[in-house]
Write a protein that binds this ligand. Sequence first.
Ligand code: IPM
Ligand code: MG
Length: 354
Amino acid sequence: MKICVLPGDGIGPEIMAEAVRVLEALELGFEMEEGLIGGGAVDATGVPYPEATSALARAADAILLGAVGGPKWDTLPREQRPERGLLAIRKELGLFANLRPAILYPELANASSLKPEVVAGLDILIVRELTGDIYFGQPRGIEMREVDGAQQRYGFNTMHYTESEIRRIGRVAFEAARKRGKRLCSVDKMNVLETTQLWRDVMSELAADYPDVELSHMLVDNAAMQLVRAPKQFDVMVTGNMFGDILSDEASMLTGSIGMLPSASLDEHNKGLYEPSHGSAPDIAGQGVANPLATILSAAMMLRYTFGHEEAAKRVEDAVKKVLAQGLRTGDIYEPGTRRVGTREMGDAVLAAL
Ligand code: IPM
Ligand code: MG
C-alpha cells in the first residue's frame, strides 16, 4: 500500500504534514514517499510535473496532494505554470472522476454567507468529469489571424466529449447517487452547445440501467442560480470539466469554509488522487495558521475509495467532527466564542481525538 505524497506550494507542506501524521497514527502500514509538483518542482527541475514525480505517482496506489501555485510562477510561460502540473497528473493517470462533496458541518452553520435555514444540513456531492472537455481539447491557442479584414490576435479552444467519456462519468455519478439520496441532477448547456446535447442524451440513456435513481437535467446557468437559491434540492450533481470547476467552487462556499472540503479524483480502478478543494493560499503560507482539515478529510476519502478502509475513514471523519465540537477553529472558520488554533495544534487535536 503505497502513497505518493505531494505537498506542493504555499500552505501545501504545512497542511500535508498534519495529514501524514494522521495516516501514520492509524498504523495501517502505509508506505509514503514524497515528490515535487507545481512551483517547487519548476524551481528545482524546470517543469511542474517532473518525470521522477510521474514515476512515483504511477507506482503508488494513491496520491495525496496539498496545493500548487503562487504569484511567483504566474508570469511563467503557460507550460511551466504550476497548474499545468496538476492537469498533467490528472490526464496521465486517467483520473476522470472528480468527487467534490460540499457538506455543512452543524458547528460551522454561521460560516455560510447564506441564511442558516437555506444551508442547514446541506450535503451535496458534485461529480465533475476531469480529463476531457474544453480543458484538454485541441486545437487551442492564441495566434495572429486575418479576421474581419484585420490582422489580429485570435484565441481559441475546443470543447468536445465522446459518448464513452460521458458514459463512464455518468456511471460513477449514478453509482454514487445510488449509495446516497438516489437523486442525480445532470448539468449541461444543451440549448446552445452540441457537446452538451450529447451529454444530456447519454445521461438519459444511462438512466435505464439505474431505475432506482431519479435523474433530472438542468441548464448550467439555472444550476448556478439554484445552488444559491435552494441548494438542498440537490443530492448528486454530475457535469463536465469546465462547468464542474465553476459549480464546485460555488457549492463549496455554501458551506462558508472551503478550508473544510476534501476531494477525490479517481481512475477506472479506484486509484486516486486526493486533495483539499482549496488552493495554496500564498498570503498565509509559512505562518502555521492554515486549516489542515480539508487535507485530513481528503486522506479519509483515500482510505475509503482506494483502500476500502471504511472504518478508518469514519474514524478520521469522526475525529474531525469532535475537534469542531470542542470549539477549535483555525482562522478561516473562526468566530467569537470559539478557540483560535494554528495548523499544528489542529493536527494535534485530531490525533488526540483519534
Ligand atoms: C480545480 C482548480 C484547477 C482546475 C486549476 C488549478 C487548474 O481550479 O481543481 O478546480 O481548474 O481544475
Ligand atoms: Mg477550480
